[in-house]
Design a protein around this ligand. Structure first.
Ligand code: CAO
Length: 460
């Protein structure tokens, strides 16, 4: 037999008179036990109140903006007898406020814990003061305290998605990146409807709504008959170019790039490099500036681990790598390839130079394997042997930064009361601004410049 029950705000600790920021159900909705009914938010925390029963919502007694305290009526629900007797809470019959201090139901407990774990781990900078958790009328609500040292970190760049745990869960299930979903709720809060609309729009655009794709709508390229304007020759692109083109295009449109420029004084480094030429000839290797740059990059990566990292697929976590495999862009007659030199931190300069020569030779002879091309942490693209003063390399995703090296030149540097010529190496660091702040990038190139300027850093 069906019975009507009232669901009220359970014990929410010290919170009183907190605002209802979302009502997640309407009259007539069929809800499962543990489904979230409303979200309430104080200045310290937001919480969802789940239903202790499954059933049909009869009346919703609160609306957004209303203030509630423990015992306030939220909804009336019609549930089956079996449901009502199976539920483990003290509230019974026409359920008044839940019993304070009632031992939690084991299932409810674990469900709530896993919920909290998920939501706190996905809470972002900028939301640091809002810790979300679920509370159940089946147990005294646990207060989810705000962090002891609160100051919410300002968003690194752009908007920070503000959404309740259930909306986050819903977005996660559908693969929608909340950072891209416009929020129509109060103060830009993202509602379930916003996620639904976002997915609908993405589907209408004919794509799969994955976190970083299909955010651009561009008109298709016009078909042009260039022969109308003069003589032409059509050369099909080889596979290397086609694969590189896809990867480069994807990185270019999905990664917000910024490039930081700097210059390193490599006068001493160059003198040392020249002093090692005879030794290099004996060993049959050419020690170019690039080998030193590789070592200097690793030493800088150790100081700035976020540059030796990748975003996970969801874009919600950063994977820091504790190994130092460096991709080197190699110019080949068939196009650009980026083989990876492994464990650069563990290799000496001559060994690295020999490996660099060997891997670039194989690249030019199309002898690289898939293993040679995978596992990189950070890439270097050196055009120093060719020319140019600076360029903006494209991040080699899923890496988060790439260093461009241009041709060194003699720069008059003012020292004491005169100008002295210093050999100067231009550096161009492109980085993924989702992961790396401009200040961190400037610190990175400053450190790199310092390491390169003092050759002892590289040879000791
Ligand atoms: N400034 C001035 N001279 C430089 C220099 C620099 N920054 N870097 C290298 N050189 C010199 C070298 O000392 C060498 O001089 P010598 O011939 O007099 O000995 C000459 O330039 C050629 O060097 P290299 O290119 O053979 O060797 P490398 O270690 O510097 O680079 C490799 C190796 C494989 C990275 C390079 O050959 C290459 O392919 N570069 C192109 C990378 C590329 O295409 N990047 C763009 C990708 S984005 O489109």
């Amino acid at each position: 037999m069906a019975v009507e029950k009232e669901i009220r705000v359970p014990d929410i600790g010290d919170f009183e008179d907190v605002e209802v920021i979302e009502v997640l159900v309407s009259a007539g909705d069929a809800v499962e036990r543990e489904a979230s009914l409303v979200t309430i938010e104080s200045d310290k925390a937001s919480m969802e109140i789940p239903s202790p029963f499954s059933g049909i919502i009869g009346e919703v007694a609160v609306s957004v903006g209303e203030r509630v305290s423990e015992g306030s009526l939220l909804v009336r629900i019609t549930t089956s007898d079996a449901e009502a007797t199976a539920e483990p809470i003290a509230a019974s019959g026409d359920a008044a406020a839940p019993e304070v201090g009632h031992p939690p139901a084991p299932n409810g407990e674990s469900a709530a814990r896993s919920d909290i774990a998920t939501h706190t781990s996905t809470t972002k900078a900028g939301e640091a003061g809002t810790i979300s958790g679920s509370v159940s009328a089946a147990q005294p609500a646990r207060k989810i305290a705000a962090p002891a040292s609160p100051p919410p970190t300002p968003a690194p760049a752009g908007r920070i998605a503000h959404a309740s745990p259930s909306v986050r869960r819903f977005a996660r299930e559908l693969g929608a990146n909340l950072d891209l979903v416009p929020g129509s709720g109060r103060k830009g809060r993202i509602l379930k409807q916003d996620v639904q609309d976002f997915i609908k729009r993405a589907l209408q655009q004919g794509g799969t709504p994955s976190p970083f794709e299909n955010v651009l709508q561009v008109a298709p390229a016009r078909s042009i008959d260039f022969a109308e304007f003069g003589e032409i020759e059509i050369t099909p692109l080889n596979n290397i170019r086609k694969i590189a083109a896809r990867a480069l295009h994807r990185s270019w449109v999905t990664i917000p790039h910024v490039t930081q420029f700097d210059e390193a004084d490599i006068t001493e480094l160059e003198a040392y490099r020249k002093s090692q030429q005879a030794e290099g000839e004996k060993r049959g290797v050419k020690l170019t500036a690039l080998t030193f740059v590789m070592k200097a990059v690793v030493s800088t990566l150790k100081a700035f681990p976020q540059f030796c990292a990748s975003l996970d697929e969801s874009g919600e976590s950063l994977i820091l790598k504790r190994y130092f495999h460096i991709g080197i862009a190699v110019d080949t007659p068939n196009g650009l390839v980026v083989p990876v030199v492994r464990n650069v931190d563990r290799k000496g300069l001559f060994d690295l130079a020999a490996e660099l020569a060997e891997v670039s030779e194989r690249a030019r002879n199309r002898k690289l394997t898939q293993a040679d091309l995978s596992g990189g942490c950070f890439s270097i693209s050196s055009l120093g042997g060719i020319g140019g003063t600076a360029f903006t390399p494209i991040v080699n995703a899923p890496e988060v930064a790439i260093l461009g090296v241009s041709r060194h030149f003699l720069k008059p540097v003012h020292r004491g009361d005169q100008f002295v010529p210093r050999l100067t190496l231009p550096l161009s660091l492109s980085y993924d601004h989702r992961v790396i702040d401009g200040a961190a990038a400037a610190r990175f190139t400053t450190k790199l410049r310092d390491v390169l300027s003092d050759v002892r850093n590289l040879v000791l």
